[in-house]
Design a protein around this ligand. Structure first.
Ligand SMILES: Nc1ncnc2c1ncn2[C@@H]1O[C@H](COP(=O)(O)OP(=O)(O)OP(=O)(O)O)[C@@H](O)[C@H]1O
Ligand SMILES: [Mg+2]
Length: 433
């Protein structure tokens, strides 16, 4: 394929993102790529390409996992299994977080420490705390989970947790006192009143999870949370906080009260290992009856860089591509088609970045260089400081992080994996893979 063809492809794809018709040529190119030369698979049109791709899969593979195993391939099951829009529903769906889970349980159950969890958007914070809550509950703790709202006072943030405390978590002879003291709390109260209310009255271990803590922007409220944590520890209260947010929201809290460090554990969520990605896909196969072929796994693993959100999303789209052609076997071309429809979904919300990425893969910059930059950023959730050429390459798709440090990050933190998806599709279009 010539450079001119790529230009054509990019222009059509941009037009497509802008609401025009899907670029037929791009479809044909992307679908064409995995088919061996001499195959009767035709490029003539998108429809023919889809039909041709379906026809070339062996019949035995198309029905694998159906009938005799009792599985029915259905899109609802696939959607539930690879749902990337909601946190995981159960312990068995959480992969690659054993160390973090242990750290949280050890901190809270064994050492009575508060916990702060931080990680990029979509890194799996909510999934982890929910599964943690399930384990802690199994070990006798009362766990109350809520997500923070912005622009609330300390009192508005804390009161719902107090109201949600079950009476079984209270010292029996203090139950009535607790209820009357809670009812008597003024509209505005601070950390000291909160701690006085619970310190002597909560009997068993209570863990209060504050998800989306980064939505709290009021530094006074953050400082009050830090004070509450410190007072709870000093009072030997049976109440622990788990704050969940992105990195700088954590350092804010610690900065408010440096001596808090002794009373808390910080759990940082990075990427999951390749083995865990494999387990996630294996489990998805077992649940849905689909089979992900090695080429599909390699493509999904390469683009997702260990981000469970992207693994699920790319698997989901690839699975739909296989189902659309009546197959239970997810091939490399299904994975590529999946990347393309995942990009399409993402681009609808991020048109500027999508357009920029399209131009970038067309620009003549070597694709491996683009991937290297995106990969490095995806692993550490920032542009490595020393990489100045990356900053030039990524234009307005990166911004300075809002934490005072001169760190550059993708303005859409889930973008680097999509940039790699573009690279994979562009490679296929120019015949490099
Ligand atoms: N360890 C994991 N194993 C399997 N899937 C995961 C894991 N962690 C996260 N996911 C999936 O990734 C997606 C994002 O997870 P989650 O909502 O927990 O992330 P988050 O960090 O809380 O995101 P946000 O910053 O937007 O609140 C969800 O679909 C979830 O099911
Ligand atoms: Mg979350």
């Amino acid at each position: 394929m010539t450079r001119l063809d790529i230009k054509n492809w990019v222009e059509k794809a941009v037009h497509w993102f802008e609401g025009g018709r899907a670029p037929r040529k791009l479809d044909a190119l992307l679908l064409d790529r995995p088919v061996p030369s001499g195959d009767r698979f035709a490029l003539a049109s998108h429809r023919e390409a889809l039909d041709g791709l379906g026809a070339k899969e062996p019949i035995a593979e198309q029905t694998a996992g159906l009938g005799d195993t009792g599985f029915r391939l259905d899109r609802v099951k696939v959607a539930q299994t690879f749902d990337s829009a909601h946190p995981v529903r159960s312990r068995s769906e959480l992969f690659g977080r054993a160390l973090e889970l242990d750290a949280m349980l050890s901190a809270t159950v064994d050492f009575g420490q508060h916990v702060i969890i931080h990680g990029a958007r979509g890194s799996g914070k909510t999934s982890l705390v929910r599964v943690f809550g399930d384990h802690a509950d199994g070990q006798g703790a009362v766990v109350i989970y809520m997500a923070c709202e912005p622009d609330v006072s300390f009192a508005a943030l804390a009161r719902p947790y107090l109201q949600a405390l079950p009476t079984t978590a209270l010292v029996p002879q203090e139950r009535a006192h607790f209820q009357s003291a809670l009812a008597a709390l003024p509209e505005t109260f601070g950390p000291r009143a909160f701690v006085e209310l619970v310190a002597e009255r909560v009997s068993g271990p209570v863990i209060l999870i504050f998800d989306e803590f980064d939505r709290i922007t009021d530094t006074r409220v953050k400082a009050e949370m830090a004070v509450a944590m410190k007072l709870l520890s000093d009072a030997l209260a049976n109440v622990l906080f788990v704050l969940v947010g992105i990195a700088h929201s954590v350092s804010d809290v610690i900065d408010c009260h440096p001596s808090l460090r002794r009373h808390m554990r910080v759990v940082s969520l990075g990427r999951i290992e390749a083995d865990s990605v494999k387990e996630l896909i294996d489990a998805g196969e077992a649940t849905t009856g689909l089979v992900f072929k090695e080429e599909a796994r390699v493509i999904i693993g390469r683009a997702s860089c260990g981000s469970p959100f992207h693994v699920r999303m790319f698997c989901h789209h690839a699975a739909i591509a296989a189902l659309m052609r009546g197959s239970s076997s997810v091939s490399g071309s299904d994975a590529r088609r999946g990347l393309r429809s995942a990009i399409e979904q993402w681009a609808a919300m991020n048109r500027e970045d999508a357009q920029y990425f399209l131009r970038l893969v067309e620009s003549g910059v070597r694709l491996p260089e683009i991937e290297e930059v995106a990969h490095a950023a995806a692993l550490v959730d920032k542009i490595p400081d020393e990489n100045e050429s990356a900053r030039a390459l990524l234009g307005d798709t990166i911004v300075v992080e809002e934490n005072g440090a001169q760190t550059f990050v993708f303005r859409d933190s889930v973008a680097p994996q999509f940039l790699i998806a573009y690279v994979i599709l562009a490679e296929a279009a120019v015949g490099l893979d």
